[in-house]
Write a protein that binds this ligand. Structure first.
Ligand code: SF4
Length: 61
């Protein structure tokens, strides 16, 4: 499994609040663009999936 961000659901018009929420600091973002998750750092805790208000973050099988 891996965590993915759906570019259709992420409005990409604000600083992603999940950057601060992620306990591993695995999420990065350039300007207000689509955030990226570093799969080498991510522990798949699911906090970002739960906390994203746009429901843009999901587990991919
Ligand atoms: S699943 Fe957890 S570790 Fe991975 S990006 Fe989301 S909050 Fe960070």
């Amino acid at each position: 499994m891996a965590i993915k961000i759906d570019p259709e659901k992420c409005p990409q018009n604000h600083v992603c609040p999940l950057i601060k929420t992620c306990p591993m600091q695995a999420i990065s973002q350039v300007d207000n663009g689509l955030p990226e998750i570093d799969v080498e750092v991510c522990v798949e805790c699911g906090i970002c999936v739960e906390k994203c208000r746009m429901k843009a973050v999901f587990f991919e099988e």
